[in-house]
Structures are given as structure tokens and as C-alpha cells.
Design a protein around this ligand. Structure first.
Ligand SMILES: [Zn+2]
Length: 86
């Protein structure tokens, strides 16, 4: 069972969620959104991409978690001790 899609099809396809470009994951037989904050994966049935958000599954590695980690700065780190000269 091999997924065969016309490469030209990829150029006209877009993620219905974020309108980013999409690529084919041949191993998973899915259409994968390349949007960094999206990454939805759409199933391919009978060589037809099912471009529906209801049919899609979220990205395996959620990019949103990475974003949260980058802003995990404690308030204490933002206070300059030199300003506390009462
Ligand atoms: Zn998307």
C-alpha cells in the first residue's frame, strides 16, 4: 500500500486550519501541515487527502509547549536588586 499523490496537488493544498503549505508523510500516509504553530496531520484515504480539521490529528510534538518553555522567566529574575535602595 503506497500513497501516490501528484506533487502538483501539494501546491494547491493548504491547511484548512492555518492556511500553511502541507507536505506528505509517506510512512504515516498523512498530509502534514508545515505550520510551526499548527502541524495538523490529515489522513489520506484511497490516495485522496482528507483536508478536514475534524479528521486531522494534532502534531505529535506540540510546538506550543516549546513556546511556553521559552517564556518561563520568573518575576524574581526581572527585578534588579540595585533598584531596591530605599
Ligand atoms: Zn496548519
Amino acid at each position: 500500500m503506497t500513497v501516490e499523490l501528484d506533487p502538483a496537488l501539494l501546491e494547491i493544498l493548504a491547511c484548512p486550519q492555518c492556511h500553511s503549505n502541507v507536505s506528505i508523510d509517506y510512512e504515516a500516509e498523512e498530509i502534514v501541515c508545515v505550520g510551526l504553530s499548527c502541524g495538523l496531520a490529515f489522513p489520506i484515504k484511497d490516495n485522496i487527502p482528507i483536508m478536514l480539521t475534524e479528521e486531522a490529528r494534532p502534531a505529535v510534538s506540540a510546538p506550543s509547549e516549546r513556546e511556553e518553555g521559552s517564556v518561563s522567566i520568573g518575576l524574581a529574575d526581572l527585578v534588579d536588586p540595585r533598584l531596591e535602595t530605599d
